[in-house]
Design a protein around this ligand. Structure first.
Ligand code: ARG
Length: 278
């Protein structure tokens, strides 16, 4: 598994280098429009990961988060980032300079939950974490460590909270605790606009037909876990799935024809497809 990941990483880098030297290809890639297929996957809950050794912080975060859900602050943040409605509440405006740090492990490659905007890391998770830090009298510090490092950062104590559009699942519950849920997501499939793939069954039919169908997902995400599962379990089988460091890398591979489909959460899917289709 490690080796495969390293190989894919190396390949992605080679592709990236090639792309630089070839402006005609770049222009072609830009013209490739994408579409999101109707989802066949169930709704997932996003929640905050906290160390199993830190029940105290879990209780405090849950209390703060529940209050922010109840008073409409979380909804205001979601409306602002997803629907472009209203304004953000005041966040981290009056933090004492000597306030204790609340370190948030994240992977700022997942709009509208967390992404980089100029010099700032912003998005729903960053805003909600800031509001929680305010309630706890703490100063929010972002550790943009990459998605596959979020849960390890919580386990090792390098970070206090993990917020990354992070889906609660059984496997992760073995390693960390989760707060109450503050948002939901659904895995969707993205294909090129001219693709004849309309859903899971089409892909399985093509695979059974001997076609070398390749599906991409961000490494360590639930999208990757579902996709790489066996066909009996509703996946496509590991041979047909490639892991990418970031969702945007998978999207780039899709537009340039190296993948047939990308599986990712619905809101980032919309953001990436909109950005691509212009
Ligand atoms: N919800 C999915 C999961 O938990 C994807 C999260 C990806 N998050 C990110 N910040 N890249 O596996």
């Amino acid at each position: 598994m490690k080796k495969v990941t390293a190989l894919i990483l190396a390949l992605v880098m080679v592709f990236a280098l090639c792309a630089c030297g070839n402006s005609t290809d770049d222009a072609d890639d830009k013209g490739t429009k994408l579409k999101i297929l109707d989802s066949e996957y169930v709704t997932e809950d996003y929640a905050i990961a906290i160390s199993k050794d830190n029940e105290d912080l879990l209780a405090k975060v849950n209390e703060a988060l529940q209050a922010l859900i109840d008073d409409g602050s979380v909804k205001a943040v979601v409306d602002y980032y997803i629907s472009g409605i209203g304004e953000l509440p005041e966040i981290q405006k009056n933090v004492a300079s000597d306030a204790e740090e609340l370190i948030m492990a994240t992977s700022a490659d997942f709009p509208p939950y967390e992404y980089v905007d100029g010099d700032d890391t912003v998005g729903i998770d960053v805003a909600v974490a800031g509001l929680i830090a305010d309630k706890l009298g703490m100063k929010l510090v972002i550790d943009d460590c990459g998605f596959d490092a979020v849960i390890p950062a919580i386990q090792s104590g390098k970070a206090d909270i993990g917020m990354a559009g992070l889906t609660v699942n059984e496997e992760r519950l073995q390693s960390v605790n989760f707060s109450v849920s503050y948002a939901t997501g659904v895995q969707v499939m993205i294909v090129r606009e001219d693709s004849d793939i309309t859903g899971y069954d089409d892909i399985i039919a093509k695979i059974e037909n001997g076609e070398d169908i390749q599906i991409g997902a961000q490494n360590a995400t639930t999208g990757y876990i579902y996709a790489s599962d066996t066909v009996e379990n509703g996946g496509f089988g590991e041979d047909h799935v490639q892991a990418f460091p970031k969702g945007a890398d998978a999207i780039a591979a899709l537009t340039s024809g190296k993948l047939d489909c990308v599986i990712i959460d619905n809101e980032p899917a919309k953001a990436f497809v909109e950005a691509n289709n212009g």
